[in-house]
Design a protein around this ligand. Structure first.
Ligand code: PLP
Length: 430
């Protein structure tokens, strides 16, 4: 096998990693991960780390779940991919039906794509095209929340509201109304502003897009289901669309299958990715209502002009179906209902540590801030280093330290993860 230093040298010379300055890329030691199993990542020296980050929020069932590996192998032997506009496959069709069966009631149509960003692009373009060809061509603008993260392709960046991801591209992105969230708890003001704006000029708005209940990349900022209900009511009153970006919040992350369930609402469009394909395969879906689908009838000039080469591929579909089967058989949502209490209790204790502020938990997310610099902050990285030396991988968002573990982590491992988080925070804030 190539040595660790060979790998790092090749990495430094040729890989261009995301969100990394050239200087950090040249100087900071990357982890070299060679395998993973269950809750653990393993590096080149055989050292194991609890994956407290859930592999960038994608991993619901742990690494290498035997049933997912079997689904992958069996489907790979049958059919991996074929063009998907005139052709369908059993896996693709059955996945669509299974997804509709568990989605918020009223979402009946599924457009497959590759990742969270593309799922958001599809939602944006669907909403826009719908109004263009259904008698409301003035509805061209989108509304989102400051601090929103909806992906890194240009449409997703346009509706995004994290300056770090957006400001350099300002001349390229389209015009979006970002409702200001004045402080981490300022969502009430943002929603009131959207309500007023929809009353005044709702007929210019194509859709309001939000991450329901938790803004992930903004620093795990949490907001209440009551406010989500208010957004649903206000978008209905203005007869405009509500897009729920559940790429992070879906599949139980917030405690229920969909965050929207906690508000008992159905959005007009819902985006899913990340846990959707078990954290092992790039695959995403955008769900919409029958009303929206009906707005695309009337000939080829009215078809949704959007597609991706690997759209709905049967390999990803087989894995995504097996994820749902495991959710049923292993009662994953019931497991979450128990584990989230462990997380909440541990973060209650963490809130008492010096230097810790704004401790918050929802479902399988626990977070706290160690400073006020947000994404630009560095305090979380001290905790990252302290945790890494104790065998835990956390990936902070600047000053925000959080965990997003997989949902089937054993109680013992979860307790160990939580203890290391607390310990690493107290060591690094001293
Ligand atoms: C991660 C994320 C995305 C983007 O997903 P990718 O798979 O990285 O393209 C979009 N929306 C939300 C809420 C996310 O957390």
């Amino acid at each position: 096998m190539t040595t660790r230093s060979d790998v790092v040298a090749l990495h430094r010379q040729h890989v261009w990693p995301p969100y990394t300055s050239a200087e950090d890329h040249a100087e900071k030691e990357p982890l070299v991960i060679v395998r993973a199993e269950g809750s653990y990542l393993e590096d080149h020296n055989g050292k194991r780390y609890i994956d407290g980050n859930g592999s960038w929020w994608t991993n619901p069932l742990g690494h290498g779940h035997p049933r997912l590996l079997r689904a992958l192998r069996e489907q790979a032997a049958e059919l991996v991919h074929c063009a998907s506009s005139q052709i369908t496959t059993p896996q693709t069709a059955m996945l669509a039906a299974e997804l509709v069966a568990i989605a918020p009631k009223g979402l009946t149509r599924v457009h497959f794509s590759d990742d969270g960003s593309t799922a958001v692009e599809v939602a944006i373009k669907t909403a826009f095209q719908y109004w263009q060809q259904n008698g409301r061509p003035n509805r061209t603008r989108f509304v989102s929340l400051a601090g929103a993260f909806h992906g890194d392709t240009l449409g997703a960046v346009s509706v995004g509201g994290v300056p770090a991801f957006q400001s350099i591209f300002a001349p390229l992105v389209f015009d979006v109304i970002h409702a200001p969230v004045p402080d981490p708890d300022g969502f009430e003001m943002a929603v009131s502003a959207i309500e007023a704006m929809l009353k005044a000029k709702g007929d210019e708005i194509a859709a309001v897009i939000v991450e329901p209940l938790i803004q992930g990349a903004a620093g795990m900022r949490m907001w209440s289901h009551e406010l989500l209900v208010r957004l649903r009511t206000a978008t209905r009153a203005a007869d405009t669309f509500l897009i729920a970006d559940e790429v992070f919040t879906g599949y139980g992350r917030t405690g229920t299958m969909w965050a929207c369930e906690q508000a008992n609402i159905t959005p007009d469009l819902l985006c899913t990715a990340k846990c959707f394909s078990g954290g092992m395969f790039p695959m995403a879906a955008t769900l919409s209502t029958e009303r929206i689908y009906d707005g695309f009838r009337g000939g080829s000039s009215r078809a949704l002009m959007h597609g991706h080469t690997f759209s709905g591929n049967p390999l990803g579909a087989a894995i995504a179906r097996e994820v749902l089967a495991i959710y049923r058989d292993e009662k994953v949502l019931a497991q979450i209902a128990r584990k989230r209490i462990r997380i909440a209790n541990a973060f209650d204790k963490i809130s008492e540590l010096s230097g810790v502020r704004r401790t918050r938990t929802l479902g399988m997310v626990g977070a706290c801030d160690l400073g006020d610099s947000g994404y630009a902050g560095k305090r979380g990285w001290d905790v990252y280093n302290a945790a890494l030396s104790r065998g835990v991988f956390l990936r902070p968002l600047g000053d925000t330290v959080y965990i997003t573990p997989h949902f089937t982590m054993s109680d013992d491992t979860l307790d160990e993860l939580l203890a290391v988080v607390a310990d690493s925070i107290s060591k690094s804030t001293r």
